[in-house]
Structure formats: structure tokens, C-alpha cells
Design a protein around this ligand. Structure first.
Ligand SMILES: [Fe+2]
Length: 169
């Protein structure tokens, strides 16, 4: 029996958190960052195919508007580095900030010019719906498109397409 299980007093076995659940969030290996757009990457942490949810780090090394979007479910964010804001609000998410984004709101993620790098943890359920300035749908992402992007990238950089499997639940 692997260490991922324990046996209770009645002899039944139960699954424990496998060791790979604890990972260094900011990886040493640059190849783990998956390019999403020029100067924008995500680092998968947990890709939950049962609940349609994913946790990742978003890393941005450019300023200006990143995306205008909505999500039908809440999103939770925690800023590890740098800062960002939504054009629709006057608050700024700074290093150490927790942000709860309510479902249904349209907002425009923007990084200030004097921030060379922003890294934020996001826990997203459902999907991201991308919109243009007239609120027309121009694309979407969900846990399955994220997995596809990871597979293609990890294959290309030599980690192998199955490298992503450790993050998939
Ligand atoms: Fe959002």
C-alpha cells in the first residue's frame, strides 16, 4: 500500500492527499509556465475536471489591458507579486491582497505601467468568457482548454504532454 492511503480501525482504507498535492507554487523550471499570450503565462496548480475548476498562477510581464471578461461563478485571487486593478473599480489589488470576484460582473484586468511583473493566484470555477469592448463574446477558457494548452506546451518544451497529468484531478 502506498503512503497515499491509510487503514482505519475497521480495516478500511482511505485516500490521503498524495505528496504531489504540495508543490512549489512558483517553479524553478521556466518550462512549467505555459504561454497564454505575449508576455502572459499561467502555471497550473490544480486542474479539476470533476467540478470544472482550476487553480493557477497568472504571470504578466507587460502593462495595460490584459482582458475584458466575465465569469458565471465566483473567482478567488491572491496577489503574490506586483499589483493590478479593474478599470471598472477604483481599488487596486496589491501584493498580499485577496480578491473575491463576484459572478457575472464584466471587468477589465489591467496592469499599471510601473509594474514589471505581476503574479497572482486564481481559483476559477466554470469558465472565463472573454468579451470585446462592445460586450460581444470573443472566446472562452475552461479547465479543459487549460489542460489542452498545457499538453501542447509541455510536449513542445520536452517535458512531455503527460507532464500536466500530475495537476489533473
Ligand atoms: Fe475576473
Amino acid at each position: 500500500m502506498s503512503s497515499s492511503f491509510y487503514r482505519d480501525m475497521k480495516g478500511s482504507t482511505h485516500r490521503l492527499a498524495p505528496h504531489e498535492i504540495v508543490v512549489p507554487a512558483v517553479p524553478d523550471d521556466e518550462r512549467i509556465w505555459v504561454p497564454q499570450a505575449p508576455d502572459v503565462w499561467f502555471r497550473p496548480l490544480m486542474l479539476n475536471t470533476l467540478a470544472g475548476q482550476w487553480c493557477n498562477l497568472l504571470r504578466v510581464r507587460k502593462s495595460g489591458v490584459l482582458s475584458r471578461h466575465l465569469h458565471p461563478n465566483p473567482v478567488h485571487g491572491f496577489v503574490l507579486k506586483g499589483r493590478w486593478h479593474y478599470l471598472e473599480h477604483d481599488w487596486v489589488a496589491t501584493e498580499g491582497s485577496y480578491v473575491m470576484e463576484p459572478p457575472g460582473e464584466i471587468h477589465t484586468l489591467t496592469v499599471p505601467e510601473d509594474v514589471p511583473e505581476m503574479i497572482t493566484f486564481f481559483n476559477i470555477t466554470g469558465c472565463m468568457v472573454y468579451l470585446d469592448e462592445n460586450d460581444r463574446h470573443i472566446g472562452f477558457e475552461d479547465v479543459f482548454t487549460k489542460i489542452d494548452m498545457c499538453r501542447a506546451h509541455y510536449e513542445k518544451v520536452g517535458l512531455g504532454s503527460d507532464y500536466v497529468d500530475q495537476f489533473v484531478r
